[in-house]
Design a protein around this ligand. Structure first.
Ligand SMILES: [Zn+2]
Length: 221
């Protein structure tokens, strides 16, 4: 899932209005931010396998440290505790922990059974990714709700506050649909895990972007 995680980030302003959107987006993306780092370290494995599901050609052969349920709960607790220690904001810290854990639940809905319950444990996944229409419907619905909540709770500080948010919305929507469309043509199977990791690392750009959005909009709750 991609837009669904971003939706949780945007919706976060409702539940943790004092936290920056950068932090609120970082939390639900956290597992996918760890994943490319663990790929580069050789701790986790991915491979291009056209038709693995109709939504992605990636076969997630092994990602116990970033994507097992057991480790997800560990990361959620860790991120929440670090946030609470730095900010003393318990309410936001609880939301941040929930948001980190939400990633696993959303991946569980979308992935085929490749998510381990614990490292080397049984693998689960409901496989929404076997349906393009179902995936797009669920992700777009989540994204629209998240964006709606965010816009209800914030106001732009002039034109910059509109530019920051809408450029972000256009960028993530474009990335999402270009990614889907890339499955229609022939899929190069020679893409290395390193290249996949680099593309994953590029998504870290959303954090300074979210910081910019937060800086140019005020919270009205
Ligand atoms: Zn994920």
């Amino acid at each position: 899932m991609f837009l669904g995680h971003i939706a949780v980030g945007l919706a976060g302003k409702r539940f943790a209005p004092r936290a920056s959107l950068a932090t609120l987006l970082f939390a639900p993306m956290f597992l996918d931010y760890l994943w490319p780092i663990f790929l580069l370290l050789g701790w986790e494995k991915v491979r291009v396998d056209p038709g693995n599901t109709v939504v992605t050609p990636l076969a997630f052969d092994s990602y116990p440290w970033s994507h097992s349920l057991h480790m997800t709960l560990f990361w959620a607790g860790l991120v929440a505790i670090v946030f609470r220690t730095v900010t003393r904001d318990t309410r936001s810290a609880i939301w941040i922990g929930i948001a980190v854990a939400s990633h696993w639940v959303m991946d569980w809905i979308t992935h085929r059974p490749d998510l381990p319950l614990w490292p080397s444990g049984p693998k689960v996944g409901l496989g929404l990714w076997n349906s393009v229409a179902g995936t797009v419907l669920v992700e777009l619905a989540l994204f629209v709700v998240g964006l709606w909540l965010y816009m209800r709770d914030t106001r732009p500080r002039g034109g910059r506050g509109r530019l920051s948010l809408w450029s972000f919305v256009v960028a993530v929507t474009l990335i999402y649909f270009m990614n889907l469309a890339s499955n229609l043509g022939p899929i190069p199977t020679s893409v290395s895990p390193r290249t996949i990791a680099m593309m994953g690392l590029a998504l870290w750009i959303f954090i300074p972007w979210a910081w910019w959005i937060d800086y140019t909009r005020r919270t009205v709750r």
